[in-house]
Design a protein around this ligand. Structure first.
Ligand code: EPZ
Length: 417
């Protein structure tokens, strides 16, 4: 079982290039099932979840060539409509193939994602909304058996709750539905905008008509395209927090600061000096870190995917802070491990109270989920001595070359068996 050794304390200094966005790549890869023309994608991050999605597409019959820079997808062969549990269980975004399969082929058998460390991950909002487009479905032995023999018909759908995945599934499915679809109360994460840009470039007829409402007119033919996936804002936010935490001095390149405005403003408020340029962010962490009360919320609020990382930073604040996790029901798995490093964090329901002025101690640690694992690395960067982080397969799902990128800016970190 691979693990990471981190020798603290270090103050990272230098330049980090941001990779492509995992959470934009996954819906875009799923959406390629709509087309039987050639699609070339660049800037996909080399992370496990992308590998798993590619395996899922190949299991459905997509022919995929990957020359490391460009991924070329062709669906001109017979596409199967069965997405197996063995692939979907490790990557919940596998449910995103349901929308395109049902839209293109009128039927699909897709494994329910099942739960994960951060929550039960239900897909009821996806299914209820798809049924408004004319999908009939049954859940049998952990699989969604869906069909729409007469094809999908456009409808007006208002999501009962903001859901990134449900918004993505419905946008993709509506592209081939007959007539007009209006989706309201949509999630508007930048990754969804990137998916929409990809679909429009493929020839789909999509317009954002107001903040959380989108109108889609079904079309029949899609065109061959080349598309570059957007950069990963959560990766960028993670490295900004790393600099703020360690009094580090980083130049984060390859991302438009506008898409992480909320995070930048919060980190500035906590004391870090940040200069924003067209496609890069300069950050100098400050000795004194202020405390804050924040809650996670859908974009443009503070992202749940940076909650664990922010919690580490607030352990170093000069006073007590509070974080409320409003998106997932169990996203405090990192707290126990951080407390083993000397943090004083208490949980009451979805609210975490974080004592400040903490000096992290190096320790042997266990990663539990993707973002929790990176929060342990952040804490280990500030702790004197050697920390060991086990089960880093969680980390490899979503951070490309993290030890290479951190080593390049002076961190002492290595992967061991
Ligand atoms: C996406 O997950 C992201 N994953 C998550 O990132 C991210 O944390 C989440 O959005 C919120 O921003 C990808 O994009 C691949 P949701 P998703 O549907 O789509 C509940 C990471 O670390 N819900 O917006 O699954 C759900 O349980 C990952 O990169 C229902 O109740 O999130 C959750 O409490 C983790 N029924 C809330 O809504 C449904 O049908 C938000 O979930 C769907 C969701």
């Amino acid at each position: 079982m691979k693990k990471l050794e981190v020798f603290g304390a270090t103050k990272p200094k230098g330049q980090i290039k941001i990779s492509g966005s995992k959470n934009a790549s996954l819906p875009i890869l799923a959406a390629t099932l709509l087309s039987d023309k050639k699609i070339s994608l660049t800037n996909l991050p080399k992370v496990k979840d992308i590998e798993t999605m590619i395996l899922l597409l190949k299991s459905l019959g997509s022919s995929i060539e990957d020359n490391k820079k460009i991924l070329t997808i062709n669906n001109n062969k017979q596409i199967k409509t069965f997405a197996a549990y063995s692939l979907v269980k490790t990557m919940r975004a596998g449910i995103l193939v349901l929308g395109p399969l049902i839209a293109k082929f009128g039927k699909a058998k897709v494994s329910l994602p099942g739960g994960c460390a951060i929550g039960t991950r239900p897909v009821d909002i996806h299914l209820q909304a798809l049924s408004k487009l004319g999908v009939k479905y049954k859940i049998i032995q952990g699989y969604v058996h869906a069909n729409a023999p007469k094809g999908l018909v456009g409808a007006n759908i208002k999501f009962p709750k903001i859901s990134v995945g449900a918004t993505e599934n419905l946008i993709i499915a509506s592209c081939l539905a007959k007539g007009k679809t209006t989706l309201s109360n949509c999630a508007i994460e930048p990754e969804i905008k990137d998916l929409v840009n990809f679909l429009i470039k493929m020839g789909c007829n999509i317009k954002w008509t107001s903040n959380r409402t989108i109108k889609i007119e079904g079309i029949k033919n899609l065109s061959e395209i080349k598309y570059k996936v957007m950069p990963d804002r959560i990766e960028a936010g993670t490295y900004l927090i790393a600099a703020a935490l360690t009094e580090g001095n980083l130049k984060i390149v390859g991302i438009d600061p506008k898409i992480i405005n909320t995070e930048i403003n919060i980190i500035k408020k906590l004391g870090a000096k940040i200069i924003q340029k067209k496609n890069e962010i300069l950050i100098q962490g400050s000795k004194k870190i202020k405390s804050i009360n924040i809650k996670t919320s859908p974009y443009p609020g503070f992202p749940t995917d940076l909650q664990a990382q922010m919690m580490v930073l607030l352990c170093k604040a000069n006073k007590k802070s509070y974080i409320r996790e409003e998106i997932f029901e169990n996203r405090f798995m990192h707290v126990a491990e951080l407390n083993r490093m000397g943090a004083k964090i208490s949980i009451n329901g979805n609210k975490a109270t974080i004592e400040g002025n903490i000096k992290f101690e190096a320790a042997e640690l266990m990663a539990t989920d993707l973002r929790a694992s990176v929060s342990l690395i952040l804490a280990a960067l500030t702790a004197k001595g050697k920390s060991v982080i086990n089960r880093i397969y969680h980390l490899d799902r979503g951070y490309e070359d993290i030890e290479k990128k951190l080593k390049k800016v002076g961190a002492k970190i290595r992967r061991v068996n």
